[in-house]
Design a protein around this ligand. Sequence first.
Ligand SMILES: *Cc1c(COP(=O)(O)O)cnc(C)c1O
Length: 395
Amino acid sequence: MDLIAGIDKKLAQLSAQSLTRRRRVTDGASSPRQVVDGRELLAFCSNDYLGLAAHLAVVAALREGAGLYGAGSGASHLVSGHSRAHALLEERFGEWMAPYIEQARALYLCTGYMANLAVLTALGADADAQIFSEALNHASLIDGARLAKAGVSVYPHGDVATLEQQLGASTAATKIVVTDSVFSMDGNLAPLPALLALCERVGAWLVVDDAHGFGVLGQSGRGALEHFALRSPNLVYIGTLGKAAGVGGAFVAAHASVIELLVQRARPYIYTTAAPPALAHALQASLDIIGGTEGVQRRAHLAALVDHLRDALRLQRWQPAPSHTAIQPILIGSNEDALRVAAGLHEQGLWVPAIRPPTVAPGTARLRVTLSAAHSHEDVARLAHALNELERATA
Ligand SMILES: *Cc1c(COP(=O)(O)O)cnc(C)c1O
């Protein structure tokens, strides 16, 4: 029982710091109207930014994919699990990213988490490589850097000048700069043009995790590279497909040689069963929407909702983050206060998650509001009104 007592002590410590997390069981498809514990809540928590997770055309394609390819892939990609559906999807991603990356090729992986592990462990496979990691990077990039044989240095958030000093002082044979494009808990953008110019100058890779940009940034939804009109052979791009694309998995787009290295060497790609081919088939329908006129309309509606929320908030103490993306965090401060505000919203039928350390820095607990093209202007007005009133009531 000593083993269990040790675990229970750790759990009690988490609870004492208001850090216990709880999973809520939802019924039905992803939607702004989410049924939780039998009650319908107006939800501002999902990363389904375009409302594609329950889109009829995507669901129909998933069903069709199951008919064509069955339920599971049966094996890893290098054994027998690499289906026509995976191959066609990779071809399409390669074409999509060709304007931004020279000799682009793409690889589809089971999750964004695994894609980040794959890229960093493969590029940073040697001890004489160095990974330069942005301070606010997603946990999966941090874990990828930990797993790589390369050394790791962290540069301060958005600080290109300090990164330049670190790169200049480094004698590493291979230099790898890695950053989120849209920071997941803040919603702001990395200075990608300045980062790319620097990486080209010093001959470094620039690895961009566009989990919150793919599908939503850029005129045709191709993400951060399109948004900033970047093109370079130094770019290694990761787009995840469980957020705006509404399905699951991720792709890496890079120079064909980088992709071939991943196929040959990246353990998170090689040593896992290929994702169900039906998912790859369903993603074709997502891409049709993202890249077509419906995608343009959905992104325009989402942008209008973001403006609406920012205009309607009248907060004195709580701080809306300076973000123009679908991620609209509101900084509260202490864990207890953030939980209390989230509970107050919940009482009114609104579901907004409180984000606490270690996901964010201590003292910066926040509400992470995310907007989706599936929201209406009335939904956003209701949220803004509730927040304005709650702040007044807790003055
Ligand atoms: C969600 C996320 C990931 C992980 O992607 P999954 O497909 O959910 O595993 C990676 N990076 C960032 C920045 C993310 O927000």
